[in-house]
Design a binder for this molecule. Structure first.
Ligand code: NAD
Ligand code: LMR
Ligand code: MG
Length: 621
């Protein structure tokens, strides 16, 4: 029997099965009996990238299995009618927004154009991105990526990355082989449960994994053929998405408890089995799971959580910058009074890192650790956190103020942010609450009473509309003599006296690419606390004294490739010192250990991919 007749026979059998049983819910697109099947000589991504054969989300589950497509598409199978409905809804939305308002639709339109280029020509896409990073980082990354995730079902054209769903339990170990690359260096994975400050976006969260990996390529020079964005779809608790007939993900409530853990465990085992040297960055997992998963995997796998650990390092660098900006030595850091609004994965990560650093500066004793605690005031959705709070998240508990302390300060359990700022007169007001405008006029007025000569205001929540305040409000209310740093980019503010108020961007993008690259090139099997600390200290020391005194405490994004190289080198150096460095490809661990600082930097530079066309030669198999 010839190959095509074998295939034909298999297809005939499959077609009968598809027609008889609607295996995965009601939406399967069924082959019409009597239609002659098309023989394809391709599988996997080659089919999805071939406009003649691609059916996108309309590939039925059996077809996905037959053609090695499992995991390469979002899990919800659509009919061709639904596909058209989704496309039309998106088209109409664009026409409508183009009429109604100029700003966001423009960015979405730019994203579409860039995305199409990404699909056609990776080298050219990354050259455009790298050469114009200041202009396009806010399109492929925060803040536009938030809008992209919110509109993902409409924007979806060609799939990118892999999808593992709760339906794939027991299959992941084989599914990972559907990905065409034999080498994967970096995975960014999300379960879509807390995308930026936008909440649960379910399967649509894949956009954030793609955006982060764009920065890995642009900033860290990770080869784009070796990155893999991953979405783990365990359902969604977003009621709107659960009811939306055009939603691309599983329409059931999120798995929880042991069932949830079993899915993530299976995913980790599968990817590390196929790619033992990969690094997995956890991104935008809800706080409830962020810490648990980090503790569960960090000693056995090369992984880190960007929102907890990357953010902590970036904020720490900013806090140290704020000390320097006042003309004080860094060693004065343990004297800073810091009010943090938001006690989620990001806020707690920052608090832990800042407390540890203070304690180290104070002699690294238990007493020092305890005394550092009293420099922080945490305000969450229920107000000031004290030991009187009835239910306290165990990760936040160490930062609950003691009752005596609060009484002495004229405060109490649940006190409002404005009262806390009035009473504490902090040096720093830092927001990781995801509540846009939380630093209201009253709060900023209260900050005018700060005992600092140059108070620092860090509205770090993303995207732009979730920022706790705008720079205009901060400079106009608190005064010109402040340090301002936000999570999403803002333009500098004209202070009207011939001076500009500088807007820093305090975003984990200044660290995660370097942490990933440094870990990869060092060959360390884990991402240690020391490596993360080295990354943060490198960023903190990056700005010159002159810049810092002008309130410039973070580099401009146009320098992201350079700071990433420095951070990666610092991470490698620390990995060597901790005896974790096992080397990378031909670079043996023992060789690496002999490198001095300059040699480490050249090693990093020489291993960063640049967007240049290679010469291609055809070779017959
Ligand atoms: N700039 C960065 O690099 C960076 C990095 C990570 C996260 N973030 C941002 O941080 C935000 C929070 O992320 P998360 O994972 O910690 O989220 P989360 O939802 O787990 O935590 C939010 C916290 O804010 C508190 N909160 C809610 N309303 C409040 C109010 N009115 N006053 C004070 N606190 C309030 C909640 O109680 C909770 O503790 C998101 O917007 C995210 O984009 C920024
Ligand atoms: O994605 C960003 O811009 C920063 C951070 O990871 C976030 O979750 O907000
Ligand atoms: Mg994040």
């Amino acid at each position: 029997m010839s190959l095509s007749s074998v295939l034909l026979k298999r297809l005939q059998i499959q077609r009968r099965i598809i027609a008889a049983v609607n295996v995965h819910g009601t939406r399967s697109f069924t082959t019409t009996e009597g239609h002659r099947p098309t023989i394809v000589h391709k599988r996997s991504l080659d089919i999805l990238h071939d406009p003649w054969f691609n059916k996108g989300t309309a590939f039925s589950m059996t077809e996905r299995d037959r053609l090695d497509l499992r995991g390469l598409l979002p899990p919800n199978v659509m009919t061709s009618e639904q596909q058209i409905e989704r496309f039309m809804a998106d088209l109409k939305r664009l026409q409508l927004s183009a009429r109604d308002g100029p700003s966001d639709p423009n960015n979405l339109a730019k994203w579409r154009i860039l995305n199409r280029l990404h699909d056609r020509n990776e080298t050219m896409y990354y050259k455009v991105l790298i050469d114009n990073i200041e202009e396009y980082a806010p399109v492929v990354y925060t803040p536009t990526v938030g809008l992209v995730c919110q509109n993902y079902s409409g924007l979806f054209r060609r799939p990118r990355g892999m999808y593992f769903s709760a339906e794939d339990r027991g299959e992941m170990m084989s599914m990972v082989y559907n990905w065409p690359a034999d080498q994967v260096d970096m995975i960014v994975v999300t379960d879509g449960s807390r995308i930026l400050g936008l909440g649960d976006l379910g399967v649509q969260g894949i956009g954030i994994a793609i955006g982060k990996l764009d920065l890995y390529v642009a900033a860290a020079g990770i080869n784009p053929q070796r990155v893999l964005p991953v979405m783990i779809d365990v359902g969604t608790n977003n009621e709107k998405l659960l009811k939306d007939p055009l939603y691309l993900g599983l329409q059931e409530h999120r798995l929880d408890g042991e069932e949830y853990l079993a899915v993530i465990d299976e995913f980790m085992e599968a990817v590390f089995t196929r790619w033992p040297n990969v690094i997995v960055q956890f991104e935008d997992f809800q706080t409830k799971w962020a810490f648990k998963l980090l503790q569960r995997y960090r000693n056995d796998y090369r992984m880190f959580n960007d929102d907890v650990q990357g953010t902590a390092g970036v904020a720490l660098a900013g806090l140290l910058g704020a000390v320097r900006a006042q003309g004080r030595p860094m060693i004065d850091f343990p004297k800073m009074k810091i009010v943090v609004a938001g006690a989620g994965s990001a806020g707690i990560g920052v608090l832990n890192a800042a407390r540890k650093t203070m304690a180290r500066m104070l002699g690294d004793t238990e007493v020092a650790f305890e005394s550092a605690r009293s420099q922080f005031w945490v305000v969450d959705a229920n107000g000031l956190l004290t030991e009187e709070r009835r239910i306290i998240d165990p990760d936040a508990r160490p930062f609950a103020r003691k009752v005596k302390e609060t009484e002495r300060q004229g405060l109490r359990e649940g006190a409002k942010l404005v009262e806390v700022v009035q009473q504490v007169k902090p040096d720093v007001l830092l927001g990781l609450s995801a509540v846009g405008g939380l630093f209201s006029k009253e709060v900023l007025e209260a900050l005018k009473g700060s005992t600092s000569t140059k108070p620092a205001i860090f509205p770090m929540s993303n995207p732009t509309k979730n920022a706790e305040c705008t720079p205009e409000d901060a400079f106009s209310i608190v005064g010109d003599n402040i340090i301002f740093a936000s999570g999403s980019p803002f333009a500098n503010v004209d202070l009207g006296n011939g001076h500009l108020g500088h807007c820093n961007q305090a975003n984990n993008m200044f660290l995660f690419p370097g942490i990933g690259l440094g870990t990869l090139l060092s060959g360390s099997r884990i991402v240690s606390d020391g490596m993360l600390q080295a990354a943060a200290e490198c960023l903190a020391a990056y700005m010159t004294e002159e810049e810092v005194l002008q309130g410039i405490i973070y580099p401009s994004i146009s320098r992201i490739r350079d700071i990433t190289k420095e951070v990666a080198a610092a991470v490698i150096k620390e990995a060597i010192e901790e005896d974790l460095a096992e080397g990378y490809r031909e670079m043996d661990g023992r060789e690496l250990k002999k490198f001095n600082e300059e040699e480490i930097k050249s090693f990093v530079k020489n291993n960063m991919w640049s967007p240049e066309y290679p010469t291609l030669v055809y070779h017959k198999d």
